[in-house]
Ligand binder design. Structure first.
Ligand SMILES: O=C(O)C(=O)C[C@H](O)C(=O)O
Length: 323
């Protein structure tokens, strides 16, 4: 892991984003494995519910995850204050066994705020940060702007940076040429791609092969496909609910047991689509309740799913043998 000093020392090199195979800053952070982007429990008054969070964490600690993503899209981070964001990461780090990675979402709209939030997340104990593409001025977020943004953040980050492309939420994809340039940065160790375009994931792996750069599938529906083109793991909303089966799918892929992997992958596609692009975070939190975790309500303006959506959601799990 790079320290702040090391990151500073690498700045001169990273400004030009030119680097070859060796990062030259000690062993890289191994990202391989499965991560749930954890949901944030709230009380009825929409305050953070740290007791419920802790109870969820105790359960997640029993599942062979590589670690947890705190404040990915499903953590409702756009609705948390800066203090809340940092405090949740601090508590997760304290609760989680030391060998589990904590990857903290530190993305903000401006570069300046993201740099600051990244430093705070590292101070709260994050092992790595996950930095989403800024998107409010999406028409202006071209390769030049995004390369500049991520380079500035990585230059000053005390911990390794993972790029995060999630077009369903941001309305933009991190362009491939930006990924290839940023992959050369000594403090940028990977990409979480939630877009689901398997040709793009394969190309990202192919184009960065000579580098110590790791690609993670950003959703469970294409996890096996992503492994087959060289991804090393996945950050999957569905892992909040079906963490064991997703870790099993990881194992089958890593062992090359593709037929068994395919059978399992098939059963995950419908539940995954339901808790992500079709019904989103409120549905994920509903499903968590059915599987013994604390989900509960989202922070407003997100609304609970309707009765008929809940029925369809249940059907998506039960018809695939999960309920
Ligand atoms: O919450 C996140 O962050 C995710 O990566 C979830 C992801 O978008 C998914 O589809 O699983």
């Amino acid at each position: 892991m790079l320290g702040a000093g090391a990151a500073r020392g690498l700045r001169a090199v990273s400004r030009g984003v030119h680097r070859t195979a060796s990062r030259g800053a000690g062993p890289r952070l191994d990202l391989s494995g499965i991560y749930p982007p954890i949901a944030t429990p709230f009380t009825e008054q929409e305050d953070l519910d740290y007791r419920k969070l802790e109870e969820n964490l105790q359960k997640y600690a029993q599942i062979p995850f590589k670690g947890l993503v705190v404040q990915g899209s499903n953590g409702e981070y756009p609705y948390l204050t800066e203090e809340e964001r940092v405090e949740v990461v601090r508590r997760v780090r304290l609760s989680l066994p030391r060998d589990k990675l904590v990857m903290a979402g530190s993305g903000c709209e401006s570069t300046r705020d993201t740099v600051r939030m990244t430093e705070r997340m590292a101070g709260a104990g994050a092992d790595a940060v996950l930095v989403v593409t800024p998107c409010f001025y999406k028409g202006k977020m071209d390769s030049r702007a995004l390369t500049h943004h991520f380079t500035q953040v990585a230059d000053s980050s005390p911990v390794p940076v993972v790029l995060y492309s999630v077009p369903a939420n941001t309305g933009l994809e991190l362009p491939m040429d930006a990924i290839c340039r940023l992959a050369q940065h000594p403090n940028i160790v990977g990409l979480k791609d939630s877009g689901g375009d398997i040709t793009r994931i394969g190309l990202a792996v192919h184009k960065t092969r000579a580098l110590d750069f790791q690609v993670l599938a950003g959703s469970a529906g294409f996890l096996m496909a992503a492994y087959s083109v060289g991804a090393v793991g996945g950050v999957c909303a569905l892992a909040n609910v079906l963490g064991g089966p997703l870790c099993e799918l990881e194992r089958l892929c890593v062992e090359g047991r593709w037929e068994e992997a395919r059978d399992l992958q098939w059963r995950l596609i419908e539940p995954n689509a339901a808790v992500t692009r079709r019904l989103g975070v409120p549905a994920l939190k509903q499903a968590m309740e059915w599987f013994g975790f604390h989900g509960g309500a989202c922070r407003s303006p997100l609304q609970p799913i309707t009765e008929s959506e809940a029925q369809q959601l249940r059907q998506d799990f039960s018809s695939n043998g999960w309920l």
